[in-house]
Design a protein around this ligand. Structure first.
Ligand code: NDP
Ligand code: 5RP
Length: 482
């Protein structure tokens, strides 16, 4: 019997669709799931799509594979992944590969990679993005692990990944946890992007009083320009959906509590460790958190807000309304540039801290297709990083600097309108504050330093000469050099 090129264990949404994708590309796939019913369901419904070898046990799966063996793990992240690794590792030989395609924390991946390396097994922590449809039709794939493992695994993954302009959305990211690290930041950016989209929707709804269907038209229009992206496209679809049970827009029926599985929070936790300001991602995580605090929200429900209806162009003022819609579009684009710039900053800092040498241009290239944050815009990011002298921050790349300059008046009007109308827009506001902070000639951080020195003798540096200083606040208030 032909040996399978790869085995997949864990056949829920992602594993089953990746197995089908592999089979559709002509690769024989051995499939296994802890509960047999998923294996049976896959074979029954999709067995005709290619060559599958159904396996009851890890032993059977390993026996079905060609050497070196490649086992793709697609199970719940955390303890289940460790359990599955421990089931498979004793069955493998030096040179074989265990590939974790789940949303693992990159520090777990580093730990697992080091432990399995000692046993001669390649552990490849791989980011996979694209959800159910991407897994089947072509995801964006971000493998970490050794270069050697990529030589044996890369061609297979590149084959099933999405393609943009004939280029596969899969590349070797860097050693050990690099793949899962960039997937984590991808998800952080995904959180920020979705929060900004939600704020844009909310402003159009609350300030202009537009219906979800009308806003869907706006998003459809925006999807034809520089904002063109998967998330903008599906926003139009979600907003157009009508609830069959009530006849109301589905978005009005869904409970307004956004959940999270953890990758956004991990991104912010890691950014705090690295000292990288990812305020757009952090606000998005906190906005989900606020939405879920039902008790707090209930307690605060009757606090005073602005008097009367939001200051908005009246229904008859077509031009004024169109101007506000355009303001929101520009604010969304500018804030999105900030969120991506912050995410790429974190990747640069993480790469330096953990010694990975991640290529941001190559990353932008593989995020152009297959993944949830895929967007026309990523081509601009790729171009920025492929310049002879790449920018320190994406904000100063000529194309983005120009876009921010064009957007800034609209952006300021939108943030001011939101504040005046009492519509929360934490994503837009923090993005603008970040932009203005970086632009500022002088920040009030000087006063913070003064206060720290006053109460804790924490010292400060001066801007006019070298050295470290302390003012004798409780003495004669002269300055000493320390
Ligand atoms: N859903 C998505 O859009 C995306 C998910 N991911 C990640 O991919 C991975 C798979 O996701 P998804 O397909 O949604 O599935 P789930 O995260 O819902 O995980 C379900 C799978 O995990 C298996 N499993 C759970 N615990 C164990 C265990 N202790 N031992 C063995 N198997 C176990 C289940 O087996 P059983 O059937 O026996 O219960 C089932 O196959 C996750 O890490 C997820 O974070 C990545 C990108 C996108
Ligand atoms: O990895 C993904 C997409 O890229 C998953 O869909 C992930 O679950 C999304 O995160 P959350 O559930 O926290 O919104």
């Amino acid at each position: 019997m032909t040996k399978a090129r790869i085995g997949v264990t864990g056949l829920a949404v992602m594993g089953a669709n990746l197995a089908r994708n592999l089979a559709r590309h002509g690769h024989t796939v051995a499939v296994h799931n802890r509960s047999r019913y998923r294996t049976d369901a896959l074979l029954k419904e999709y067995g005709h799509e290619g060559e599958f070898v159904a396996c009851d046990t890890p032993e059977e799966l390993v026996a079905a594979l060609e050497r070196p063996r490649r086992v793709l793990i697609m199970v719940k992240a955390g303890a289940p992944t460790d359990a599955v690794i421990e089931e498979f590792a004793p069955l493998l030989e030096p040179g074989d590969m265990l590939v974790d395609g789940g949303n693992a924390h990159f520090l777990d991946t580093r730990r697992r990679e080091a432990a399995l390396r000692e046993r001669g097994i390649h552990f490849v922590g791989t980011g996979v993005s694209g959800g159910e449809e991407g897994a089947l039709l072509g995801p964006s794939i971000m493998p970490g692990g050794s270069k050697e493992s990529y030589e044996a695994l890369g061609p297979l993954l590149e084959d099933i990944a999405a393609k943009v302009d004939g280029v596969s959305c899969c590349t070797h990211i860097g050693p050990d946890g690099a793949g899962h690290f960039v997937k984590m930041v991808h998800n952080g950016i995904e959180y920020a992007d979705m929060q900004l989209i939600a704020e844009a929707y909310d402003l159009l709804r609350q300030v202009l009083g537009m219906s979800p269907a009308e806003i869907a038209d706006v998003f459809e229009e925006w999807n034809r320009g520089e904002l063109s992206s998967y998330l903008i496209e599906i926003t139009a679809e979600v907003l157009r959906q009508v609830d069959a049970a009530t006849g109301r827009p589905l978005v009005d029926v869904i409970a307004d509590r956004a959940e999270q599985k953890g990758t956004g929070r991990w991104t912010v936790q890691n950014a705090l460790e690295l000292g990288v300001p990812v305020s757009g991602i952090a606000e998005a995580v906190f906005a989900r958190s606020v939405s879920g605090h039902t008790e707090l929200r209930r307690a605060a429900r009757d606090l005073p807000g602005p008097e009367g209806a939001p200051q908005a162009p009246p229904a008859g003022d077509r031009e004024g309304r169109a101007e506000f819609v355009e303001d929101v579009r520009r604010a969304l684009y500018a804030s999105k540039i900030i969120a991506y710039a912050q995410g790429f900053d974190q990747i640069r800092a993480g790469s330096a801290e953990y010694g990975w040498d991640v290529d941001p241009g190559a990353l932008a290239t593989i995020w152009r297709g297959g993944c949830i944050i895929r967007a026309v815009f990523l081509d601009r990011i790729r171009e920025a990083y492929e310049q002879e002298s790449p920018p320190v921050t994406l904000l100063t790349a000529p194309l983005f600097a120009e876009a921010l300059g064009l957007a800034q008046e609209s952006w300021r009007r939108v943030v001011a309108t939101a504040a005046g109308a009492g519509v929360p827009a934490p994503g837009f506001s923090t993005a603008l504050a970040y932009y203005d902070s970086l632009r500022a000639g002088r920040l009030p951080a000087a006063l913070v330093q003064g206060l720290r020195d006053f109460f804790g003798a924490h010292t400060y540096q001066r801007s006019d000469r070298e050295g470290t200083f302390h003012t004798l606040w409780s003495g004669d208030r002269t300055e000493i050099e320390v």
